[in-house]
Design a protein around this ligand. Structure first.
Ligand SMILES: Cc1c2[nH]c(c1CCC(=O)O)Cc1[nH]c(c(CCC(=O)O)c1C)Cc1[nH]c(c(CCC(=O)O)c1C)Cc1[nH]c(c(C)c1CCC(=O)O)C2
Length: 362
């Protein structure tokens, strides 16, 4: 988009379009987070959502890993949270230390407490400001990723009132009130569309949708309740960008645990990149996904606790497994889920170095 510094590194965008690259671009989910001492320092003085809502702080935290790993990391992701959408819908969300909703949705009648129409510029304009400011601060070093939570995952938090091991309440809704559940899922999806389009207008260069709880659903329930909303999001974003004459950006779907749905997502989801977790072999994921989409992933995040030797060995293996005919093509290297707070930042550096080494043509 006009007005931003020229890109010096577009590996991520080329890989997302399925192209062959000189090596795999690499970034990690939750890369701006508690494993970094510079992040913990900022957190000492500021609440989590305060950081999200303050463009200066969100920008600072977003660029921390880019500064620390200059030349090794190929993408930034805006510092925010998937739970800003429930907030925009009118729900209170606290982080203490995990997500907590003091007043969750207990029955379909409670849906009437939510905002009917969400003006994303009014409710989430702070994210757009943070994106524009970050894009300028990055100065073209790496592309900036925007994101949102998927409707099923957000619905789960809104009904459960926080994290849950069983998702008993959220699933009770699906089975007891299927029509009301679908109506709410669609409402969330419509807000996701406006939110993602706003992020592109603000400067986001790739969009990722996180369906972190997809793996909790039986495949046919994913097809019934989650998948249609994921299609609604990709189609809605494309349609609105086209209508506004704004170039499309690549879109990634990360449906954690839903490796059963790779074929469906690749053939009918409307996304350019499928994120996969570590519970599927990359070769198998390629077979299922075909050659129309790129893949992102998929190292077990706990590998980063395994020491240098294990990291090198496993990265080498992963790089080989993702190659297509001996070439690195249509692959964005990443973990299979977010990095965790206890990782030594130097071990993550080694992970990046190994990706550089082993994903280059041999
Ligand atoms: C499910 C989910 C959430 N948030 C998110 C997801 C989807 C990805 C996933 O499955 O992990 C997405 C998310 N959350 C955060 C980002 C920032 C960008 C990035 O660096 O990836 C992103 C992309 C920051 C965050 N979001 C949160 C933190 C830690 C909070 C802190 O600083 O105290 C960060 C850095 C808090 C958060 N936010 C959420 C939970 C469950 C928690 C608590 C658990 C935890 O602490 O890891 C909801």
């Amino acid at each position: 988009m006009a007005g931003f510094p020229a890109m010096k590194n577009d590996l991520l965008l080329r890989a997302a379009r399925g192209e062959e690259t000189e090596r795999a671009p690499v970034w990690v989910m939750r890369q701006a987070g508690r494993y970094l001492p510079e992040f913990r320092k900022v957190r000492e003085d500021h609440e989590f959502f305060e950081i999200c809502r303050t463009p200066d702080l969100a920008t600072e935290i977003t660029v921390q890993p880019i500064r620390r790993y200059t030349g090794l990391i190929d993408a930034s992701i805006i510092f925010s949270d998937i739970l800003v959408i429930p907030q925009a819908l009118g729900m209170e969300v606290q982080m203490n230390p995990g997500p907590y909703f003091p007043d969750p949705l207990q029955t379909p009648e409670d849906v009437s407490k939510l905002r009917k129409v969400v003006d994303v510029n009014k409710e989430l304009g702070y994210v757009f400001e943070a994106i524009t400011q970050t894009r300028k601060t990055l100065n073209g070093e790496v592309p900036l990723i925007g994101f949102c939570g998927a409707p099923w995952t957000l619905f789960s938090y809104m009904v459960e009132g926080g994290g849950s091991k069983t998702l008993q309440k959220a699933k009770s809704w699906l089975f007891k009130y299927p029509e009301e559940s679908k109506a709410l899922l669609n409402r969330i999806a419509d807000t996701c569309v406006d939110f993602l389009v706003g992020q592109v207008k603000a400067g986001a260069q790739l969009l990722q949708v996180f369906d972190s709880w997809a793996g909790e659903l039986a495949p046919h329930h994913f097809e019934e309740f989650s998948f249609p909303t994921l299609q609604r999001i990709s189609a809605g974003v494309h349609q609105k960008l086209d209508a506004a004459n704004i170039p499309r950006v690549p879109m990634t779907i990360f449906a954690k645990g839903a490796n059963y749905a790779i074929q469906l997502l690749a053939s009918k989801g409307g996304y350019d990149v499928i994120g996969i977790d570590w519970c599927i072999d990359p070769t198998r994921a390629r077979q299922l996904a075909g050659d129309k989409v790129a893949l992102q992933g998929n190292m077990d995040p706990n590998l980063l606790y395994g020491g240098r030797e294990a990291i090198e060995r496993e990265v080498k293996r992963m790089c080989e497994a993702f190659k297509v005919g001996g070439k690195t093509k249509g692959w964005i290297a990443n973990l299979g889920h977010g990095i965790t707070p206890g990782v030594d930042p130097e071990d993550l550096k080694w992970f990046f170095e190994c990706i550089h080494k082993y994903s280059a043509p041999s």
